[in-house]
Ligand binder design. Structure first.
Ligand code: ATP
Length: 316
């Protein structure tokens, strides 16, 4: 990869989509995808994830705005833009009797690329499908069928891979397996954009996360930054004796009473994770000075799930 290449591989500018019936599925979406990242598009049902992917891939025309894929306009230079993209759709293929090798080779041909058995072999081996190359689709397990969809999307050597709900409805073991496959692709230099309902998936996989709701991109943020900025940590102190109010001498700490005075809840930023940044040492010292005895304590940190739910709720 030459250093002169733009670090932004996909540029989405002022993108809106209003369907024929007047439904606004996307509203003024701006987004940049960085070369080599795993980007997760997270949003509830009907948020516009598939529509956004479809417009970027040139399958649906935008009502306003434009998409540049490696500098190529997705409408005016459809072939150049589309050649750089592999798309793994949600649905499993229904060509039940075709053989794995044939269906993957066929996908390459669709892009006008000359046959390259060595590339198809590399793709099949990387997805652990090589032994199954002569199998008909109908004989494969659900997990292998999903891998074939990925192989088909990679057959024409795209730089960018879209995965629309790659693990919808699959069991936990298979989901982990798919994540591993996606990581390996990223390590091989492919930019990955995946849509998901599963917060766990975004939390596990993504470098950056975009949250979409009702056709609007609410935010785009690095995963760690998102969790640091919006994640909160809580320390709950269970008290030997209940309190009626938070004592004055503890006022400088962010405390509230819970469990009818039997517990004090201390909230602090997840960001200041260092030992002395949390204020916990001072709090414990002040509690002791105030003669408040603590029976038990525990901490918890808000997950990406809570952050997401709060975001979508707040903006509603
Ligand atoms: N061709 C169409 N004509 C009219 N409305 C459409 C069309 N395609 C999608 N929509 C609507 O646009 C909205 C966004 O749909 P989209 O499939 O992009 O959502 P999504 O975020 O991918 O949802 P899910 O998570 O359920 O797959 C939905 O309300 C959907 O009904």
């Amino acid at each position: 990869m030459s250093e002169a290449r733009d670090a932004t591989v996909i540029r989405v500018e002022g993108l809106s989509k209003t369907f024929a019936g007047g439904f606004e599925a996307l509203r003024a979406v701006d987004l940049e995808i960085r070369r080599g990242e795993i980007f997760a598009l997270l949003g509830p049902n009907g948020a516009g994830k598939t529509t956004l992917i479809s417009v970027i891939c040139g399958l649906v025309n935008p009502s306003q705005g434009r998409v540049l894929v490696d500098g190529h306009d997705s409408v005016q230079e459809f072939r150049e833009a589309r050649a750089r993209i592999g798309l793994v759709p949600q649905e499993l293929t229904n060509d039940a009797f075709i053989k794995v090798w044939d269906t993957v080779s066929f996908s390459r041909g669709l892009f006008g690329k000359p046959p390259d058995p060595a590339h198809i072999e590399r793709v099949l081996r990387s997805l652990s499908l090589w032994e199954k190359r002569h199998n008909r689709m109908i004989t494969l397990s659900g997990g292998m069928k999903r891998r074939v969809l990925i192989a088909k999307a990679l057959a024409h050597e795209p730089e960018i891979l879209f995965l629309d709900e790659p693990t919808a409805g699959v069991d936990v073991a298979l989901r982990r397996d798919m994540w591993e496959v996606v990581r390996q692709l990223r390590d091989a230099g492919v930019t990955i954009i995946l849509t998901t309902h599963y917060i766990e998936e975004a939390e596990e996989m993504a470098d950056r996360i975009g949250v979409i709701r009702s056709g609007e991109l609410l935010l785009v943020e690095g995963k760690h930054a998102l969790m640091q900025q919006l994640g909160r940590k809580e320390l709950t102190l269970h008290l030997r004796e209940p309190l009626a109010t938070v004592p004055e001498r503890l006022a400088r700490h962010a405390l509230s009473l819970a469990e009818e005075g039997h517990a004090l809840v201390y909230t602090y930023d997840a960001e200041s994770g260092e030992e002395d940044g949390t204020g916990i040492a001072e709090l414990l010292a002040d509690l002791e000075a105030a003669g408040i005895a603590v029976k038990d304590l525990h901490t918890r940190q808000s997950s990406l799930e809570e952050i997401f739910v709060n975001l979508v709720k707040e903006e509603a």
